[in-house]
Design a protein around this ligand. Sequence first.
Ligand SMILES: Cc1cc2nc3c(=O)[nH]c(=O)nc-3n(C[C@H](O)[C@H](O)[C@H](O)COP(=O)(O)OP(=O)(O)OC[C@H]3O[C@@H](n4cnc5c(N)ncnc54)[C@H](O)[C@@H]3O)c2cc1C
Length: 379
Amino acid sequence: MQQIIVLGAGYGGLMTALQLEEKVRNLKDVNIILVDRNDFHQYIHLSYEIVTGVKKADDITIPMKELLEKRKIQFLQATVEGIDLVHKTVKISGGDLWYTKLVIALGSEPTFFNIKGAENAYCVCSVESAVKIKNKLKELGGPEQNVKVIVGGGGFTGVELAGEIADEMKCCVTIIEGSNMLLPTWGIPEFSSKVTEVLEEMGAKIELNKRVAEIKSDTVVLNDGAQMDCSIFIWTGGVQASRVVFESGLKTGKGKRAVINEYCEALDFPGVYVVGDCALVVDPETKEIMPQCIEIALQQADSVSKSLIADLTDGKREVFIPKFSGLILAVGERYGIGKVAGVKVEGKLALMVKKVIHLHYVYKIAGITEALECGMLKS
Ligand SMILES: Cc1cc2nc3c(=O)[nH]c(=O)nc-3n(C[C@H](O)[C@H](O)[C@H](O)COP(=O)(O)OP(=O)(O)OC[C@H]3O[C@@H](n4cnc5c(N)ncnc54)[C@H](O)[C@@H]3O)c2cc1C
């Protein structure tokens, strides 16, 4: 009996399970178990739109029951607490599960780099956390109440969030960024300057070369000692792999992500695959670390599902080669910028392309009906 456990029903885990099931449906003695703390899949990259009420939680989640209808996948709603790689068991809330093959796709979680008062920070890392920010903003009021929003971190998530709040709620939003430009890891200074200009036109303030030292309930202290009044502080300045990954004893690298081989297997643990944001994916040619994004998670899911079939049927596995075609950033509801397959897109066109890419993900995850419905009603 082969028992394949997939941890996490985000982009990486869910797609691995779905693609695997299609291929092993007719094989006897193969059991697929998918575990997630939520009984829904979330289109997590749209969670910043929940914050301002542009989207509702229902618009960006889809029940597992619907997704797994007629599938030979057992779904367990439980929290993964740990993995015993030696005894091949997973500890979940409510008991232990044994496996013959394991896929770890638990995504990432915020990291605060020992900033004091982290418990006072909000994060936008899931639908639930976005709803918490929305409720807090509602309670605080708006510009008339002099609400001051501070976003810690001027990367992709921080910029999308700040843009959305500045555009939709007209509140005073300040981004604190440690480096000398917004979006430093994107590595395209032209885009950083343009985004800075657009955000400032929307009324947002940008503090570069500054770091957050302490977060208090109504103040943020910077590394130069300056204090800023703050109604709500939202941290987007750093993520690391799910703690289950680095606490399990797997070899990890940048961002505590699991080091993987050319088949996406964890080093020293054959049959344990790591997919999505918690894997350290490296381009085999350039040796560059690939960004944590949906495109790479889906490519890994495709490759790992094929490798699992090869494992089950004594076939030959294919080497995984990541291909990153680009990202599009939304700054509020009217401006976007990015590159797709090397081509620059900007303005409303960029937002339309972003929407089409999202519909493509919905189609891959949930099928054509959901994608059409989403295109017409929800996006
Ligand atoms: C605000 C925001 C905006 C983004 N924008 C973009 C974008 O525009 N384009 C893009 O390509 N990428 C974007 N990303 C990144 C993208 O969402 C991730 O790269 C992608 O979701 C990674 O997929 P994953 O399967 O690794 O993790 P996830 O999709 O995060 O899935 C992880 C799953 O594991 C579950 N889980 C985690 N821990 C546990 C546990 N202990 N027990 C049980 N279940 C658990 C979670 O509930 C979740 O379902 C964005 C991310 C955020 C937060």
